[in-house]
Design a protein around this ligand. Structure first.
Ligand code: HEM
Length: 100
């Protein structure tokens, strides 16, 4: 995965979900992404992976994922690995089965 920070060995790829766009100080972003004022979430990541230009015009990422189910899997991975777990995953960890 080529997320900023990843090739530098940082935790950036794991924590992109819920993080402000263009906010890793050590990464040399495009001016476009540096100036972005939103947080990566389900919706922005889906649009970004469909067509980065529709989210941040003039960005430097020349890559997209045309298939919706593949985008969903990637985003789920990014969300879970950022610690933003859904309730059902939590119940597996706690062993609770009553949904609370
Ligand atoms: C599943 C694969 C990928 C995902 C989920 C992904 C996701 C992202 C995200 C969320 C950002 C913004 C990060 C931030 O705001 O800190 C980003 C930036 C970037 N990505 Fe990707 N990326 C993927 C694949 C790639 C690939 C294959 C390349 C290169 C061949 C690439 C090159 C870049 C570059 C250069 C940036 C910085 C863009 C800029 O500064 O304008 N990415 N990527």
């Amino acid at each position: 995965m080529s997320l900023p920070g990843y090739r530098q060995g940082g935790p950036a790829a794991q924590n992109v979900y819920g993080r402000k766009a263009g906010s890793i100080p050590s990464f040399k972003y495009s001016d476009a992404l540096k100036g972005a004022k939103f947080t990566w979430d389900q919706n922005s990541l889906d649009r970004w992976l469909t067509n980065t230009e529709s989210v941040v015009p003039d960005n430097d990422m020349d890559f997209h994922v045309p298939k919706a189910d593949e985008r969903a899997d990637i985003i789920e991975y990014l969300r879970v690995s950022s610690g933003q777990w859904a309730g059902w995953s939590e119940s597996i960890l706690t062993g609770r089965q009553d949904g609370r």
